[in-house]
Write a new protein. Sequence first.
Length: 219
Amino acid sequence: MEQNYLIPNPAPTVPDQERELAILFLDIRNFTPLMEAQPGQTVIQVVRRLFTTFNQVVKNFGGRVVEVAGDSLYVVFGLQTGLKESVDHAYQAAKVMFQTVSLFNEAYTEPFYGGPLEIGVGLHAGKVFVGEFGLDNGPQLSVMGLPVNIASRLQAKTKELDNDLIISEYAYQLLSGDKAVVRHETVKLQGISQGQQVRLAGKSYSARQNMDYLMAISG
């Protein structure tokens, strides 16, 4: 018997509102090799401990975690502040999260799990639609729009460009105070038709790995 399936209209509990937010995506770069080298449950506990700390950092800077997916975080800033302040907060939170990873590696990852973790971060800002939407687990924060896609692609680009923090030019120009002089590039992002102006504001993965190697052989 042929069955007909009706597709219900989504009914968010809060109507979508257009807002200007800072959007940050973070990914643990060497998660898969760690999973191969250590028991899965051990790795999951490590990542959960780290993400719990990240979540506190995000909240300290007025941000909110929208989604946790495996070894990735999706975060927004500006739900309670203006755009320039939200970009500043996102950038400061990113710097603290890099510091957190460094301390975490010294205390846990390197002595107990055999190697350091690294993260890649993409930061963008723009107009998005904010609301609440849920399926079976009740309403959750929903933030959607092209800037979200761009921020996600910037994070994915960190490995290819060998730089662990990539900021869109738009977000970079919104930063307050004396901005660090960082390399400017035009990049092509997957699924985005127009080239994007970005700033490579982080460190090289390979440079860090080479420094670790030099320190190891030097005793």
